[in-house]
Design a binder for this molecule. Structure first.
Ligand code: HPA
Length: 277
């Protein structure tokens, strides 16, 4: 069996389990909940959850604050599928493993993906507690989930990453945030492997490259989603200033603490965006 067929079979096996678990529901929007942002899934109504461990070929979330299950339910009046907890490269997962749930979500016919994460701010005009809509990204992980024969077999190998973060969805997110009086920025996100935080010298270099925020997730997911033609919106929460910015030396506890403080605003914002999509 060729690699492409093997990948398609794996996705189909996972899809069967997820579809059975969702018992006839047809979510149109998928949301990946980042560090400290997992509690949103608890707000879904008529929720059904399926642990990653129950889904064939799916890896586990081991990161702090990441639950590790799919939760399907309604947010407002909209049917959504949340990944309550994501997989990270720093947990030792390959790019193919990180992309697997995204490919699974695409195969379920879900056309829109909202990725969320906690980020450090490189841009000195940003403040801790700001939300930031991703305008574009810099993939500094050194990896790409489509750089594998089985992945290239799923869809066209060469595809555009211009406007990878859907311009209409970005406008919509700004409109919702303004109406809710929630402070949002829009900037370029730089994703890297982690798990060490960056050095101040790296942050200075990233600023010169045009990056506004930095974290250890999302870029590989977004590439996998664009490969399958999904519309993507990226929303970050600035949990800390990046290393060396205003003397900062970030740590994991600070990230989770800020996320906890902004939990209510985050769910209001995502709820509003989902309702307006
Ligand atoms: N660097 C990398 N990842 C992060 C940060 C940061 O400053 N904050 C939250 N995730």
């Amino acid at each position: 069996m060729n690699e492409g067929q093997l990948m398609r079979d794996r996705i189909r096996e996972a899809e069967e389990v997820l579809r059975a678990g969702m018992s006839g529901r047809r979510p149109q929007v998928a949301i990946i909940l980042g560090s400290g942002l997992n509690p949103l899934a608890e707000e879904l109504e008529d929720a059904i959850s399926i642990r990653y461990g129950e889904v064939p070929h799916m890896k586990q979330s081991t990161a702090l604050g990441h639950v590790g299950r799919f939760v399907c339910g309604t947010l407002g009046a909209v049917e959504v599928l949340c990944m309550q907890g994501r997989l990270h490269a720093y947990e030792g997962y390959t790019s193919q493993e990180l992309a697997f749930p995204i490919r699974l979500i695409a195969s379920l016919g879900i056309g829109t993906l909202i990725v969320t994460n906690a980020v450090g701010a490189i841009n000195e005009g940003y403040e801790v507690g700001d939300f930031c809509i991703m305008r574009d990204h810099i993939n500094f992980t050194g990896r790409n989930p489509v750089a594998a024969p089985e992945a290239a077999a799923l869809a066209e190998r060469f595809f555009s990453m211009t406007d990878a973060y859907d311009p209409e969805l970005r406008t919509l997110a700004h409109t919702v945030a303004r109406a809710q009086d929630i402070r949002v920025q829009e900037g370029v996100y730089l994703g890297l492997l982690g798990p060490s935080f960056e050095t101040p010298a790296e942050i200075r270099m990233f600023r010169a490259w045009g990056a506004d925020t930095v974290a250890m997730s999302a870029v590989e997911e977004v590439i996998a989603a664009r490969h399958r033609g999904m519309r993507v919106l990226g929303i970050s929460l600035v949990t800390n200033m990046a290393a060396g910015v205003q003397g900062a030396s970030p740590n994991g506890a600070e990230v989770l603490e800020t996320a906890r403080m902004k939990e209510a605003d985050f769910s209001r914002l995502i709820r509003g965006i989902v309702a307006a999509i």
